[in-house]
Design a binder for this molecule. Structure first.
Ligand SMILES: C[S@@+](CC[C@H](N)C(=O)[O-])C[C@H]1O[C@@H](n2cnc3c(N)ncnc32)[C@H](O)[C@@H]1O
Length: 334
């Protein structure tokens, strides 16, 4: 049963994350991190896991398909530890089903679906450590920090890599949003669907080849595709444009051999993927907040009682900023 709190948050905006994870990506940043996080980011996580004793109990919040929990599982295995690993997410997640090819690692983690960081289904003082990659900033910060304090043992440590307003991830995210809005404004899929309808009529002999309406629709699709193509060639990150045009051209390719229903299936898939991506990018921009948000989270954590707070920029290939790492400790008592 969901708690009232988690239930209302789930309804608000979480379906799109659940759908994303069900499709099987390992991380939320598929570009460059297809087989889990690597480079400096991975090293920072391994460094965090190295401070825990062999039988530590660890929780990864906002876990998605469990990328960070899996890094912990790999570390535990290679360093002869015996970590007890948990991954929790507000969205409906089921990595056992969506990541079948990683079954062995996934099976070493207990996943908790529909578990908000602000309302965790665990006893007080249960964990030696808590992690979150692009997770804490998505929550209601003050409530989540209070809850993390509650579930951490005194002496327990937490580590979060958070989005930064000025990072490359945000620059790309804003660019994807701009592209998705453009595709919607130009009504690309409406135009492709209208053309499919005209070609379908001609194929069925219900309209004459090259009739005026069909030519008008073809012209419209070509014009929109030319605008999107021009945008794609001048963009530093044209993924959403490419994705949209890919579905559009596949729709027209399958129309001849497979018919109208198959062609429209492609445009429907394109619309759905773009709608999901739009919600995720909007969530990204909202979560990253204004410049200086990470410092504000540090101040809240301090107020909560956490100590040894360290905030450091995280860089990736070619020294590109991809977030801010916060580490902190719930002090021992007495
Ligand atoms: C950007 S994804 C990161 C997922 C994963 N940590 C990774 O790096 O691939 C953010 C995740 O946080 C989850 N989330 C958002 N708000 C949350 C909350 N209040 N409590 C727990 N999880 C939350 C979303 O459902 C989503 O799966």
């Amino acid at each position: 049963m969901f708690s009232a709190y988690t239930g209302s948050r789930l309804k608000e905006n979480q379906d799109f994350w659940g759908e994303y994870w069900a499709a099987g990506p390992l991380t939320s940043m598929v570009d460059g991190f297809e087989s889990n996080y690597r480079g400096e980011l991975r090293e920072r996580w391994l460094q965090f896991f190295s401070v825990f004793p062999a039988s530590a109990r660890l929780l990864d919040i906002g876990t998605g398909n469990g990328a960070i929990a899996m890094l912990a599982a790999e570390y535990s295995r290679s360093e002869q530890r015996d970590f007890e690993l948990h991954g929790a997410d507000l969205a409906l997640i089921d990595p056992r089903r969506s990541l079948k090819e990683k079954a062995e690692l996934v099976d070493s983690i207990t996943f908790h679906s529909a578990a908000a960081a602000e309302d965790l289904p665990f006893e007080d003082r249960w964990f030696d450590g808590v992690s979150g990659q692009y997770a804490l900033e998505y929550t209601r910060h003050k409530d989540a920090l209070a809850e993390l304090w509650r579930v951490l043992k005194p002496g327990g440590r937490a580590c979060f890599v958070m989005h930064d307003h000025g990072s490359e991830v945000l620059r790309r995210g804003r660019e994807q949003l701009r592209q998705i809005k453009l595709i919607e404004e130009l009504k690309f899929y409406d135009a492709v669907d209208a053309l499919i309808g005209q070609i379908g009529l001609m194929n069925e002999g219900r309209a004459t080849a090259g009739n005026e309406e069909a030519e008008k629709r073809r012209h419209q699709v070509n014009e929109i595709a030319a605008s999107l193509g021009a945008e794609a060639s001048s963009s530093f990150s044209p993924e959403s444009l490419r994705l949209a045009m890919g579905f559009g051209s596949r729709a027209l390719e399958v129309l001849g051999p497979k018919g109208m229903a198959s062609a429209r299936e492609q445009t429907a898939r394109g619309r759905k993927e773009l709608a999901g991506a739009r919600l995720r990018y909007e969530d990204l921009v909202r979560a990253a907040g204004p410049a200086g948000q990470s410092q504000a989270i540090v101040a809240l954590a301090q107020k909560q009682g956490f100590v040894d707070l360290v905030l450091e920029p995280v860089k990736h290939d070619s020294n590109v900023l991809i977030g801010q790492q916060l580490t902190m400790l719930r002090p021992r008592e007495g």
